[in-house]
Design a protein around this ligand. Sequence first.
Ligand SMILES: Cc1ncc(COP(=O)(O)O)c(C=O)c1O
Length: 493
Amino acid sequence: MHIPLDHQDKTQPLYQQIAAFLRQRILSGSLAPGNRLPAARRLAADLGVNRITVESAYDELQADGLVTARQGSGTYVLAPPPLPPLPQADPGAPWPLWQQEVQGRAAPLKRPAPDELLRAAAHPQPLNFAGGVGDASLFPVDDLRRAIQTVLRRDGVAALEYGERRGYGPLRGTIAQVLASQGLALSRENILVTAGSQQALALVVQTLLKPGEAIVVENPTYAGALDLFRLYGLRIVGLPVDEDGMQVEKLEKLLQQHHPRLIYTIPNFHNPTGACLSLPRRRQLVALADRYNVPILEDDYVGDLRYDGRPLPALKALDSGGRVIYASTFSKVLLPGLRVGFLAAEGPVYDCLVESKRVHDLTTSNLYQRALEAYVTVGRYQAHLNRSCLAYRKRRDAMQAALAGRLPGRVSYLLPQGGLFLWLRIDGVAEAFSTDGLLPLACQHGVAFAPGSSFYPQGCDGSRYLRLNFTLYPPETIFEGIRRLGEAIRAGA
Ligand SMILES: Cc1ncc(COP(=O)(O)O)c(C=O)c1O
């Protein structure tokens, strides 16, 4: 039997090292009950130690009840003693101290969960307009299955190894080409594939900000970003949004007052308002960020889903000097469960982001990246995008038609030129009206939405707003959903 021994170890004498090795073997079952241990003299010779050393180890195991010595026959392994019973669960007992210390930390991150409320209401035909992705029934599942099969046939086990830390090279190349066609002068060396764009946001925040530092965001903004910034203990400074996006005219004052370390913005089909940042504001934003030495994180989560109008240049396309970090995702147009997004950056920050990604999760799924590359390269992505845009445009228009005169009070919203959402403001109903209060009632009527409070750093500012995802259902179902919403508002008024 070979037992690795460390003769230099001052903390554990040799007999204890031998006993520890055998104990582990017995408890793990690799030395089964009834097995005979080697004779002490033999083992001592094998290990180059004194016989007494081995006998002391055996004595220790015997004292633990793990072996028994039979006179004239040898030392035999016994069945390990049963584990002591776990302490009885006492429902009244306090949590261990370390649990008490983290108690309440999740509370600021908790938000109304429309899907849970809808489930609890047990309506026979629930309609959920709260979601943040496109219609799952349009997702190209068969195409993806074929792409995965192609990749496994073509690449074999290479597709199942960890893969490059920056992401699968050909996929980065494809992404860079697509971005280049949109005026972003980048190569694959500037792309980092991430686990969805949520991870891209997290990596940027971890790399550039420390707790207590300020970040400028649109007010309102994507709830998942707010949660992330809260989790990192950042000071969230909101800038109002109108039909031309973030009110950049008000930015300079905030930069002087708060000295933020990052500006986070969603310039295309902003979540939740649907607004697009106008070209003059885009230019002004990049110029101000440069003057005040603040990086911009541009979250282009649905830039491809445009139904009307002409695309505007990305902030990153207006920046020639590494001021903007660009993030995007395949989640919204394609499949959120793939968890493939990416960021584009250059200079020292790119290296920091690559290392941060490696430290956090080594790399994004190699198989899915390869499948995605195979899918995009044969032109399927573009075809799917065109189909989705056609369907979603009709649904947006259907929701606009459904809203006309169907809700009580005064309803105002901006008709977005793309994306997923209509952002409604409801006035002229009861003084105490709030969309947080409306949500459970609406769920009882079989319809859910995302309440405005989720999107504001100060939740109460959103009490008159709600977000509807118009891409999820065909037009007739959208009409039914808006009818139910109207009923719920009336019932609560
Ligand atoms: C504006 C915005 N950015 C980023 C994300 C993150 O998406 P994912 O991590 O699936 O790419 C979302 C998801 O809803 C979003 O709405």
